[in-house]
Design a protein around this ligand. Structure first.
Ligand SMILES: C[S@@+](CC[C@H](N)C(=O)[O-])C[C@H]1O[C@@H](n2cnc3c(N)ncnc32)[C@H](O)[C@@H]1O
Length: 293
């Protein structure tokens, strides 16, 4: 007789299988409208239908920042140079978060991770960082303080310029954004590049790559498989690919197409080339259970 735990696990696996396959069935093209940090994404076959609204922020909640970076730091402790990429960086909130957490955890020993290469195809969202600014909402400030041991002031200086963001989604919600000047020491840890990530990736070295390509896969349609293949080509056993939570819907990292990546069993949204059999387990499970559906 099966234990409760075993049957719970099987129910969870069934759920994941159905979820992943349902997501793959819907083939939708997307037409994002660029130029703002709150980016509306419409279905291209029905351009009047808002599909979702994407935005960025510092230390986005869909990631285990402390746990993941403790793991990366340990993994790279004997490696002299690590290449960190924020691919589809938006206004560089993510690249700044990575720089701040590395500096907080490692101090001067963090130098081997810098500069972080922040790449976005939309010059409009890069304007602030090019001028040394970042616009933050109050919740960004809370998270920055949380992950830097209350050292926001070490990295960022508040200005008196505040404004209300545009409406978020189809709601009346707006955020009060305040402009902060980025400390030059922090700013020089980030190299800002305006490029298409799909072409930029062609020129990257194939080892020690810490790749963040998060909350952006919807925009890669219909080149998601091509882009994932390129990321796989530049990922060795010392490389990691991090995606975002919304990416589960569009990123082809599923049981059907892994490109050699394995889901890290503990770090949410982190993939590596460890050859873990997590996906294989799912595959075996689904082969055995198919008759149930
Ligand atoms: C929602 S933001 C993600 C920001 C950040 N990665 C995060 O998780 O917070 C998506 C960004 O992807 C960028 N983008 C979309 N397609 C791109 C492409 N092919 N090459 C580079 N950037 C792209 C957009 O300009 C936008 O700034």
């Amino acid at each position: 007789m099966k234990s409760d735990l075993e049957s719970d696990l099987n129910s969870a696996k069934k759920y994941i299988y159905v979820f992943i396959n349902n997501m793959q069935i819907s083939k939708i093209s997307y037409q994002p409208f660029f130029g703002t940090s709150y980016r509306k994404v419409y279905k291209s076959d029905k351009p009047y239908l808002l599909d979702h609204e994407a935005s960025t922020c510092c230390f986005k909640n869909d990631y285990l920042w402390n746990k993941s970076f403790d793991f990366f730091i340990d993994k790279y402790r004997f490696i002299d140079n690590v290449n960190v990429y924020s691919l589809a960086s938006s206004d560089c909130s993510e690249a700044l978060s990575i720089a701040m957490i590395l500096d907080t955890k490692l101090g001067s020993e963090s130098e081997k991770y810098f500069p972080i290469y922040a790449v976005d195809s939309d010059e409009g969202v890069l304007e602030n960082i090019r001028n040394g600014f970042i616009d933050l909402a109050p919740d960004d400030e809370v998270r920055i303080n949380h992950y830097t041991n209350n050292n926001l002031n070490k990295y960022l200086r508040r200005t008196s310029y505040s404004y209300l963001s545009g409406r978020i989604g189809d709601t009346d919600n707006r955020k009060l954004l305040t402009r902060f000047i980025i400390n030059p020491e922090l700013l020089k840890k980030i190299k800002v590049i305006c490029d298409d990530v799909n072409t930029y990736t062609d020129s990257l070295p194939a080892k020690n790559n810490l790749i963040f390509s998060r909350n952006m896969w919807v925009y890669m349609h219909p080149k998601q498989n091509e882009y994932l293949h390129k990321l796989s080509n530049i990922a060795d056993e010392n490389s990691f690919l991090s995606i975002g939570n919304y990416d589960y819907l569009m990123c082809p990292l599923t049981i059907k197409n892994t490109e050699g990546f394995s889901m890290h069993p503990e770090l949410i949204n982190v993939y590596d080339k460890s050859g873990s059999n997590y996906f294989d387990d799912l595959r075996l499970f689904t082969a055995a259970q198919m008759k149930d559906y």
